[in-house]
Write a protein that binds this ligand. Structure first.
Ligand code: NDP
Ligand code: TDO
Ligand code: MG
Length: 301
């Protein structure tokens, strides 16, 4: 007589405890019986400390590592190249190598800012990359180093991420609206936002499907109409007003030239989502619906 088959849970190590995506992953995991998750951040794991990274992986012995940590300060990276590269490039290589040594799969998150924004069609994962700033360049290097160290690495580029917690464009808009009557928001940078909970859900769908053959670059954002930061701000205020929040009288559409920043940002960063949907059979919510979910969740907190 054969023993009953008990399928072992997949052991996932998430790197980046305090970040938006890491928190969304931790929030989502209780819904997934087949996943056993450990979430670690600094000081317990630090991508700038290779010895510590290797030690943690040897101790935890994960089946899958999800890197949700990064140097994400886009403007600061312009004057802080060194640290941005240490975390987003070298640190990722160390992590990918440690995965290779320990026989773990690696899911790494990257960004739309690897593109220069001169495109006119949604960017496919294989389209030409040419980052405009140090953050994007450091993230691109991280992608390359991860794939070179471990060819089965699944790199997920995403865009305009906002989570329930943490600092992001949505929380910035809500904060500014408390005190400002007028805002000027760039209307000539186009893309689509990503709700961190949706990305976390997709990652947890992908985890049990990994078999070592899916290595490469994928794109994930929310679905829906292409918008601009200005369009996104308008949608944020439309919804926040329904929940009784103070909103600015005027949300002006401005040009990038009218909002100078240290780092250049792509004018077009719309991601084509076909590959991730097809390879992993996932469906992706519309960003307007996810924004509504974000506010609904906020209200019940
Ligand atoms: N936010 C966005 O709009 C977008 C993000 N992405 C990518 O998505 C991923 C998740 O981003 P998001 O959740 O928004 O990021 P956050 O900025 O919210 O969080 C970043 C996390 O990285 C950690 N971290 C920074 N440096 C190190 C280090 N040396 N060692 C270990 N951990 C470190 C931070 O920890 P600590 O608290 O200790 O500083 C923090 O927990 C990143 O790869 C990012 O590049 C891609 C597109 C858009
Ligand atoms: C606060 C503010 C911003 N902006 C503009 C600046 C910028 O072009 C745009 C968005 O501002 P943020 O500071 O949120 O943008 P930024 O930090 O560049 O967001 C990026 O973060 C990294 C980590 C990524 O990987 C990207 O996908 C993207 O989400 O809005 C205004 O026009 N008016 C304003 O009042
Ligand atoms: Mg930012």
């Amino acid at each position: 007589m054969s023993e009953p088959q008990v399928k072992k849970a997949t052991k996932v190590l998430v790197v980046g405890q305090t970040g938006q995506l890491a928190k969304a992953l931790a929030d989502a995991v209780p819904l997934r019986e087949s996943i056993e998750m450990t979430v670690l951040g600094r000081p317990d794991i630090d991508l700038t400390n290779p010895g510590l990274v290797r030690e943690v992986l040897k101790r935890v012995r994960p089946d899958v590592v999800v890197n949700a940590s990064a140097y994400t300060a886009v403007d600061k990276a312009e004057t802080d190249h060194e640290l941005a590269y240490q975390v987003n490039a070298q640190g990722v290589e160390v992590l990918a190598k440690a995965c290779a040594d320990g026989g773990a799969q690696f899911i790494h998150v990257s960004t739309d800012y690897v593109f220069d924004g001169s495109g006119t069609e949604p960017y496919k994962p294989e389209d030409m990359v040419s980052p405009l700033g140090a953050y994007g360049a450091s993230k691109l290097k991280g992608e390359e180093l991860a794939l070179a160290a471990l060819a089965s690495s699944v790199i997920i580029r995403t865009s305009w991420v906002y989570g329930d917690e943490g600092s992001n464009f949505v929380s910035t808009m809500l904060r500014l609206a408390e005190s400002r009557d007028e805002l000027g928001i760039v209307a000539d940078q186009l893309g689509r936002p990503t709700y961190a909970s949706d990305l976390a859900g997709a990652i947890l769908d992908i985890v049990p499907a990994l078999d070592g053959s899916q290595g490469g670059v994928y794109h994930y954002s929310n679905e829906g109409e292409v918008t601009s930061w200005h369009g996104f701000a308008e949608a944020i205020f439309r919804t926040s007003e329904e929940y009784g929040a103070r909103v600015p009288d005027t949300v002006r559409a401005i040009t990038t030239a009218e909002y100078p920043t240290p780092a250049k940002r792509p004018a077009w960063s719309v991601l084509d989502l076909e590959k991730i949907k097809n390879v992993f059979s996932i469906s992706i919510p519309d960003w307007n619906d996810s924004l509504a979910t974000y506010f609904k969740k906020k209200e019940t907190k």
